[in-house]
Design a protein around this ligand. Structure first.
Ligand code: 13P
Length: 244
């Protein structure tokens, strides 16, 4: 069985004062579970000094350097102390108009610089209600999949957009069906062995209350947690649920 992986995404939240939460999380980590938190880029350096577990960025530019005002490259986030970055979060696909090709190039930039990636995919409510969820998500996976995709550096997070920050969590059955579809797409693209090694996370309104059911569902290797990763009080029970 693959080790469970519980990752936090602080989004545009947090401050130097909030980094005490990372120390509290570190103190409670279960050795059976991989834990990581993606913080705002301004906090990566300080967070890395204090957390004692992998700290990541929430985005990266595909280029190593150049005229890209406001952007950060993989070597820059690595130098700041990031061990990984999230790419293709729906808030960036929608808010910043990122395409599958952009997401693929960002993941490849991370890999070039020996950073890990959490690649996000997910459907809108309209797409789900139209019966297109699996087709949309597997197409995203195949079009965003970086060259050299392998489980030692890449995880895929299925985050239905309608479940993010809404309190509306996908059912275990929905997650199992989608993760099975993603697995099949990965097997088609990479072969069975490579596909099996890539961890599949679920994200979208994961809390201490629903984590155990989701984290132990078939083909679920972990969670990508937004709001409930902001405090140790909410995040540690999710880590414990992954271990249990
Ligand atoms: P919430 O856990 O706040 O729904 O956010 C999920 C998410 O988008 C993590 O990347």
């Amino acid at each position: 069985m693959r080790r469970k992986f519980v990752a936090g995404n602080w989004k545009m939240n947090g401050s130097l004062a909030a980094l005490a939460e990372l120390e509290a999380i570190a103190a409670a980590i279960d050795p059976r579970v991989d834990v990581a938190v993606a913080v705002p880029a301004t906090l990566i350096h300080a967070a890395n000094a204090r957390a004692g577990f992998p700290i990541g960025a929430q985005d990266v530019h595909a280029a190593d350097s150049g005229a890209h005002t406001g952007c950060l490259s993989a070597p820059m986030i690595a130098e700041a102390g990031a061990a990984f970055a999230i790419v293709g979060h729906s808030e960036r696909r929608q808010g910043q108009h990122e395409t599958d090709a952009d997401v693929k190039a960002k993941a490849e930039a991370l890999h070039r610089h020996r950073l890990d990636a959490i690649l996000c995919v997910g459907e809108t409510l309209d797409q789900r209600e139209a019966g297109q969820a699996e087709a949309v998500v597997t197409a995203q996976v195949l079009a965003s999949l970086p060259e050299g995709a392998a489980g030692d550096w890449l995880a895929i997070a299925y985050e239905p957009i309608w479940a993010i920050g809404t309190g509306k969590v996908a059912t275990v059955a929905d997650v199992e069906t989608m993760h099975a579809a993603i697995c099949s797409a990965l097997v088609e693209a990479l072969g069975q062995e490579a596909a099996d090694a890539i961890r599949l996370l679920y994200g979208g309104s994961v809390t201490a209350e629903n984590a155990a059911g989701l984290l132990h569902a078939a083909e679920v290797d972990g969670a990508l947690v937004g709001g409930a990763s902001l405090t140790a009080a909410k995040f540690v029970p999710i880590i414990k649920a992954a271990a249990g």
